[in-house]
Design a binder for this molecule. Structure first.
Ligand SMILES: Cc1ncc(COP(=O)(O)O)c(C=O)c1O
Length: 348
């Protein structure tokens, strides 16, 4: 394999220098200074100053926890923003293409539409694994990004390590491994293999296991060279002050996150066991995430029946390979009891 970052970076991005904001040029080291450089309102209210555009404090903690360097991290307004930045840094509109593996997270397709980049879809196999042979056949000289969601949404399973390794080794573009659900998984994160692959990008988020969907904090992890390219197009203040503060407090509270994940996993087992007893549930797919995909007799009928009982699940029946499936997010013990009781009532 010969991965060449310069070759896959968009021409216009190569020549860009990022916008240099007032806070880029002088970042406080904690000593008392008079800040008259950024046209801010000087009266203190906690958020009257621009946030650190490079989020140094938060990155330092994340780098330590993930055993990487700060230069390997870029943060975004949710991982959705990170994914969008990857399109804008690497894909030439109307010329380049990306590969996605449906059924998978819907934003990759939406972003390809927004960015005018062809989305080449290679269906997962019937057991929801990447079809490596077909993917390799679909790649051409204009393929820039390959999106691998593992654990995958909506199927819940992790992809085989061997398949992902083969793709990393054979593809000259960037392999984006979306690890939104990695904290619920028994499999190791690909972050530990960062140094082995020049073309790997890992995305993570505080929206799932960390319980912070509302603050919007996405994490992009890659080589320092890749991160430097994406930094050129990053809006200067994409991660606001309140998000940086909340995220810092939360990532430092590792035990609280661990306890919640353990409880969610125990509840997931409870929900799986209950689903097995429901007459109209035909298949419960293996999951490494905080949700369960189940095949039922008639997904739309069951979805509407649950709605009437005040319970909203996700009907995935229109997704390829997902006919008559419902996706159940694991809730609190009380919420899970409600859905279990509702399913039992409908099961009679
Ligand atoms: C696989 C996957 N990636 C990314 C996201 C979006 O994450 P964020 O909230 O960080 O934008 C989701 C949200 O559902 C997801 O399922």
């Amino acid at each position: 394999m010969s991965f060449n970052l310069d070759k896959i970076t968009r021409e216009n991005v190569k020549g860009l220098s990022p916008y240099s904001s007032a806070r880029d040029e002088y970042v406080s080291d904690g000593s008392t200074m008079v800040f008259l450089d950024a046209n801010e309102n000087p009266f203190e209210n906690g958020v009257n100053r621009y946030p650190d555009p490079q989020q140094r404090g938060l990155k330092a903690i994340l780098a330590e926890q993930k055993v990487i360097k700060e230069e390997n991290i870029l943060l975004g307004n949710g991982s959705d923003e990170v994914l969008d930045m990857l399109f804008r840094a690497f894909c030439e509109p109307k010329q380049d293409n990306i590969i996605t593996l449906p059924p998978t997270y819907g934003m990759y397709k939406v972003l390809s539409g927004i960015n005018l980049v062809e989305n080449r879809e290679v269906l997962l196999t019937n057991d929801f694994q990447p079809n490596v042979e077909e993917i390799l056949k679909t790649i051409d000289n204009n393929t820039k990004l390959l999106f691998i969601c593992s654990p995958n949404n909506p199927t819940g399973n992790s992809f085989s390590t061997k398949a992902i390794e083969e793709l990393l080794n054979s593809f000259n573009g960037l392999v984006v491994i979306d690890e939104a659900y990695i904290d619920f998984s028994s499999k190791e994160s690909w972050v530990s293999k960062l140094a082995n692959y020049p073309n790997i990008i890992i995305t993570q988020t505080l929206s799932k296991a960390y319980g912070m969907a509302g603050i919007r904090l996405g994490i992009c992890i890659a080589s320092a060279e890749i991160i430097a390219v994406v930094n050129k197009i990053k809006p200067p203040y994409n991660v606001n002050q309140l998000t940086q503060e909340k995220a810092t407090t939360r990532v430092l509270d590792k035990q609280a996150v661990k306890n919640e994940v353990s409880e969610i996993l125990a509840e997931r087992s409870k929900l799986e066991e209950a689903l097995k007893t429901v007459s109209f549930v035909e298949t419960i797919y293996p999951t490494d995430a905080n949700f369960i995909l189940a095949k039922v007799d008639d997904a739309t009928l069951r979805y509407n029946q649950l709605l009437k009982k005040g319970i909203v699940v996700r009907n995935r029946t229109t997704q390829p390979l997902c006919a008559n499936t419902l996706r159940f997010t694991v809730g609190t013990p009380e919420e899970n009891n409600s859905v279990i009781n509702a399913l039992k009532e409908l099961s009679n």
